[in-house]
Write a protein of this length. Structure first.
Lengths: 128, 128
DNA sequence: TTTTGTTTACGAAAACATTCGTAGAATAAA
DNA sequence: TTTATTCTACGAATGTTTTCGTAAACAAAA
């Protein structure tokens, strides 16, 4: 079964980030977090989260008056699909170019680099 | 000097892709290309490209009646900025996770993998 | 209890993106 | 020259996203 495309809007993505990081949350919590980096009204955040729930992106628990929202799409699935898309639309499909760009411009620890090398060795082995 | 954020819309990105690949082009050429994968009217494409020119994303040469459009943003800059953003918003800043996902799910040639390993070795050397 | 604050629901405005019809100018074909 | 085609400009309709004001329900504080 093919998963339907994950295409959150800009605002939706900001909210998803917080939910991925912090788990199920209230509108108040999300809005406070958003306001650390930009001014946004409470009802604005509420509205967007309600729309996300309608769209099926979020679920909500309405047992208590203060609703608790959680993401229906995993960070993994979003990563997979959005990476694929970026690769196709901006990198012309070249994973190598993307990887080099990612490694070259962002500090990675020695350990991380070793892990990546190990992965590459595995991939090479598997293709023999 | 900090470069202003590159944030093309969906349609704009499709057009940029073609310009990056084929170089300066006419509206007709772009529209024909777009129509290989989806139906879109000529004046629609024209309008979007005119708007892109207004925004400064494209330049156009109007010497002849048929205008020639070219991209003002390089594929490299777009790659850099959009990758940074994806990394921050969807991968929580973990380049490792992104790289692993990219390598794991897209066929890369032996040669490419070797080149990536070489890059990693260089990075490790540089940090000593 | 009364007042104050918090939360959801709703609707509508504002901003932005997409689509296309029509008109007029320039060119090409008949 | 006349007709048909191609192109730009323009404006408007449509669709989507973002923003927020207001009202009602509820809860907490005074």
């Amino acid at each position: 079964m093919k998963k339907s495309a994950i295409k959150p809007t800009e605002s939706e993505l900001e909210i998803l980030q917080i939910l991925w990081e912090s788990g199920p949350s209230t509108v108040r919590f999300i809005n406070d977090r958003l306001n650390l980096s930009k001014k946004v009204g409470y009802t604005t955040t509420l509205k967007i989260m309600q729309i996300m729930a309608e769209k099926g992106i979020l679920s909500r628990n309405t047992e208590s008056r203060t609703h608790i929202y959680s993401s229906n799409i995993s960070q993994d699935d979003a990563q997979q699909q959005m990476l694929d898309k970026l690769l196709k639309t901006v990198f012309g499909g070249s994973a190598k170019k993307l990887v080099i760009q990612a490694l070259g411009n962002h500090k990675s620890t020695q350990t991380e680099l070793e892990e990546i090398k190990k992965l590459i060795n595995d991939l090479e082995g598997g293709e023999k």
